[in-house]
Design a protein around this ligand. Structure first.
Ligand SMILES: [Zn+2]
Ligand SMILES: [Zn+2]
Ligand SMILES: [Zn+2]
Length: 223
């Protein structure tokens, strides 16, 4: 084989179609071929007939891609599970993925492999929430010291706090951060006492405190 010149013009070998005879080198006949992808290539007849050459090279590339694709299929990257191949955009491979939280997302395979994406975004949100939770514990706002997280209500975070006067109270974190709450209410009381007690008053300071305490229990002077 290969010694005798066969007419291969018009014959197909894999993706290649023989266009015409090109040259003879070292007793080998070389043929001009065109690949289905449009690429032109010159190959010896022997290589075509034996099935050694089936494309311009694009077939191997695709197979390599497929192998490359397969390695992500079904794989798990932290919370992300790869479900199926989505496609190639701008030379990047994209995958349909599902997060542990149930959210589906299309993700760049390269980012998955490099460990840049660990969730649909829920992990990051959780971490942000955690920092939000941590960030006030132990902090002091005026007379208030934050003990720990109390509860979440209408999008606000409430904190268990203790006032210098010893009273425990749950306070909106935003109110603390913005300096709107600086005591359990006692600070204002102390100020009121200082303001109304001029030393000549009929009541002693202690009596004023009692009076205000009573008023406070009615909710009048609270904070
Ligand atoms: Zn090709
Ligand atoms: Zn998620
Ligand atoms: Zn207090």
């Amino acid at each position: 084989m290969g010694r005798r010149k066969l007419d291969l013009v018009g014959q197909r070998f894999g993706r290649l179609t023989v266009v015409n005879f090109d040259k003879k080198i070292n007793k080998k006949y070389f043929w001009n071929c065109i690949c289905d992808c449009g690429e032109k290539i010159i190959r010896p007849g022997q290589s075509l007939i034996s099935g050694q050459t089936q494309s311009c090279g694009c077939l191997q590339k695709e197979r390599a891609h497929e192998t490359h694709f397969k390695d992500l299929m079904g794989r798990k990257f932290s919370r992300i599970k790869v479900i199926s191949f989505k496609g190639i955009y701008n030379k990047r491979t994209y995958w349909n993925c599902i997060c542990d939280c149930g959210k589906e997302k299309v993700i760049n395979g390269d980012h998955l492999k490099r460990g840049l994406i660990l969730s649909c975004g829920c992990l990051r949100n959780e971490r942000i929430r955690e920092t939000q939770l941590k960030d006030l514990t132990g902090k002091i706002f005026g007379r208030i010291t934050v003990i720990n997280f109390d509860r979440r209500k209408n999008g606000n975070i409430f904190w268990n706090c203790i006032c210098k006067c010893g009273k425990k109270i749950s306070i909106n974190g935003n109110s603390l951060k913005r300096g709107l709450t600086v005591s359990c209410g006692c600070y204002k009381l102390h100020r009121i006492i200082d303001e109304i007690y001029d030393g000549k008053s009929y009541y002693t300071k202690e009596e004023w405190k009692e009076i205000i305490k009573e008023e406070t229990s009615n909710g009048k002077f609270f904070r």
